[in-house]
Design a binder for this molecule. Structure first.
Ligand code: ADP
Ligand code: MG
Length: 665
């Protein structure tokens, strides 16, 4: 296939600008879809709004005056007579048109109309007039130095030269079934829409194609997992597991027991485990992970647990260490802040098999790390990792079994797509004695009430989390609360009676760990933080969560934050402080179920905020939008599965194309 630089008109400078937009291949270029369209209507000067788009016919009335600026830029002005009046026209960088714009020439001007100045800033001038009444203009994401117009011309040139070579991922039988236009036509339409109806059909077809090929990949991955990946088949004694469970400080819930037995079945079976353990915050997934790791080590293999933050990895490490104290196995912690010397030792002992359990951050998947016989890999808070990161860890072992854990309840659509290749275990039931967290919304004027509620809790020797969106006040932070500011205020309110401290993402890891340790030991009573504590950290004596500027956060994030309290049997509460957006926040008052909240969040804000952070590209579709395109997704899923099963995979070119780009070992 040709490359972008082969497209006529694209030189080295344009090439680097296109790269900046993430465009590297001709396929990238022609699928750089407009993010919206401007509808230009043929109209009169009077009908057009100020700053509105206009298409208008008329005659040149004055000789165009050309002005030249630095860097080869130029501008031309002339008077223009139309049936609805005389208007000035300006056009940039079209000096070459001057000779064609003799006084009296009939032209069509397309542009933006500034009513006050009575000037049209033209984007285009057409000789001899246009035939249609309305024009739909694509608007692209651009970058400085690359205009909408030049982008559009590169795309059209690429389509003209190489349009036939762009792969169509829809098999011909489905093209016929739905009477879809072919790929090249669809691309031509989306970049140069002849009419609204044709555009809609082309968009539908491109969405279908994108979802079809995505779901085809998922079917393929699913089958690869089942067939090719001969996993480890282990000998596991129920007795040893039961003995270990007896040493736990609490009784497992029946969902936890069920989860463990599903995992143990997977470990015994000759196929490779590829399982997602989903459970709301506080549902007790960690102990299930520890038991799985233990069973795996009993059967003679190493176990690894990867967490997204050091705080969380460290907490897991201490908890597991306690559970393992009467066993002969060695557990180590590997994070970014492990000293170089310690690291070397850990690498060596992982390689020679002296370490059975390893817990860490993504330091676990650095290239230097080699394992003796990695049998099980668990990733906690899975949604924080990208697909490639999780595949990396898989590649470390021979054929390790994999368990993903996620506390972010995933709406149906997502479960179907991002996790569509996995088996799913759900933990719904919460550990015994947990009470719902009482949630209330307060305005900034009611801060005194909030402080007295906090005081009541402190008197009972309970601890409190306070969350703010910013670390420090700054010039443009407006009314938003910051961690540092709140610390001063709380100290004024509570005097020296209670120890108040802060934690945030900009602090050094050792400092953060120390603070978390002190909070865990109740040396700190009020911990003020940004959302760094969002993920996983467990302090059962913390009963109150106060979130300032709650309207700044997505519902899923609020739910995750709220899940930091209510982890023991004590009644807990969550206070959301906000003067606005109360309708959305009310959902938090009424709903405790994370799944319902995520569905609401998804409806309101899309997946961008669902995971608290922008996802790492795994789930970005170019044209499909899962909020609206759920029906197309279901159809594409059904069709792609049917197609997948209709013949052997990879027996023709299209199948190869469909599964290309899948990163698998
Ligand atoms: P999450 O699912 O959010 O990761 P954790 O695994 O951190 O939740 O568990 C939350 C808290 O509940 C921890 O303090 C844990 O020790 C406790 N816990 C887990 N299972 C049970 C149980 N069956 N009974 C009582 N407490 C439990
Ligand atoms: Mg957890």
């Amino acid at each position: 296939m040709a490359e972008i630089k082969d497209v006529k008109g694209i030189g080295p400078k344009a090439l680097s600008l296109l790269n900046k937009l993430g465009i590297y291949t001709i396929e990238d270029l022609v699928t750089h879809y407009p993010f919206r369209y401007d509808i230009l209507k043929r109209g009169s000067l009077q009908e057009t709004e100020d700053e509105g788009h206009i298409i208008i016919d008329g005659k040149v009335e004055s000789v165009p005056i050309l002005m030249r600026f630095k860097a080869g830029l130029n501008k031309m002005n002339f008077r223009f007579v139309t049936p609805s009046g005389v208007v000035g026209v300006s056009i940039f960088n079209r000096a070459f048109l001057k000779s064609q714009l003799a006084v009296g020439t009939s032209i069509t001007v397309i542009g933006k109309y500034d009513k006050k100045k009575n000037i049209i800033t033209a984007s285009e001038i057409k000789m001899g007039g246009l035939s249609t009444k309305e024009r739909i203009e694509p608007v692209y994401h651009c970058t400085s130095g690359l205009t909408n117009k030049s982008l559009s011309s590169y795309i059209n040139m690429a389509l003209l030269m190489y349009g036939r070579e762009i792969p169509d991922y829809i098999p011909s039988e489905y093209l016929e079934r739905y009477q879809f236009v072919n790929k090249r036509t669809a691309l031509n339409i989306i970049h140069n829409p002849p009419s609204g109806e044709k555009l809609e059909n082309a968009i539908y077809r491109l969405k279908y194609e994108e979802l079809f090929s995505f779901m085809f990949k998922i079917s393929y991955l699913k089958r690869q997992n089942k067939l090719n990946n001969k996993g480890l088949s282990r000998d596991i004694s129920d007795h040893q597991l039961e003995e270990f469970i007896k040493t736990l400080p609490f009784r497992l819930t029946s969902d936890q027991t069920k989860a463990i037995s599903e995992i143990v079945e997977d470990l015994r079976a000759p196929h490779r485990m590829n399982r997602l353990l989903q459970g709301d915050v506080g549902s007790g997934k960690t102990i299930v992970a520890f038991l799985a790791m233990y069973v795996n080590v009993l059967s003679g293999y190493q176990s690894a647990l990867m967490a997204p933050t050091e705080i969380l990895a460290t907490q897991h490490y201490y908890n597991l260490k306690e559970l393992l104290q009467n066993t002969p196995y060695r557990l180590e912690l590997l994070t970014g802040s492990t000293s170089k010397k310690e690291k070397q030792q850990i690498y060596e002992d992982l390689k020679n098999g002296e370490i059975s359990f390893i817990i860490g951050t993504h330091a676990l998947i650095q290239e230097e790390v080699e394992y003796h016989n990695l049998g099980l890999v668990i990733t906690d808070e899975q949604h924080r990792f990208g697909v490639n990161q999780r595949t990396n860890l898989q590649n470390k072992g021979f054929m390790p079994d994999i368990l993903y854990m996620s506390a972010t309840p995933i709406p149906r659509t997502y479960a179907l797509t991002i996790y569509g290749d996995m088996d799913v275990t759900l933990i719904k039931e919460r550990p015994e004695g947990r009470k719902p967290i009482i949630t209330s919304i307060k305005t900034n004027d009611e801060i005194k009430d909030v402080l007295s509620m906090m005081y009541e809790e402190l008197k009972q020797n309970h601890q409190i989390y306070v969350i703010a969106p910013l670390i420090e006040d700054s010039e443009n932070s407006g009314d938003l609360k910051s961690v540092c500011h709140l610390k001063d205020q709380m100290q004024l309110a509570f005097k020296d009676k209670y120890h108040i401290d802060i934690i945030h993402g900009k602090m050094a890891t050792a400092a953060k760990d120390l603070i978390m340790q002190e909070f865990l030991q109740n040396k700190i009573q009020i911990l003020i933080s940004t959302t760094v504590i969002e993920v996983g950290v467990d302090v059962p004596n913390a009963t109150t969560m106060v979130i300032f500027d709650a309207n700044r956060f997505g519902l899923s994030t609020l739910h995750q934050l709220r899940g930091r309290v209510g982890r023991g049997s004590i009644q807990s509460q969550c206070i959301l402080i906000s003067d606005s957006d109360t309708k959305r926040l009310k959902i938090m008052e009424q709903v405790q179920d994370g799944f319902v909240i995520s569905e609401e969040d998804f409806k309101l804000r899309g997946h961008g905020d669902l995971f608290g952070t922008k996802q790492s590209g795994d789930m970005t579709f170019k044209i499909a939008d899962l909020r609206q395109d759920y029906k197309i997704l279901l159809q594409a899923k059904k069709d792609s599965e049917e197609y997948f099963q209709s013949r052997d995979v990879c027996d023709d070119e299209l199948r190869k194309k469909l599964i290309s780009g899948i990163f698998m070992n």
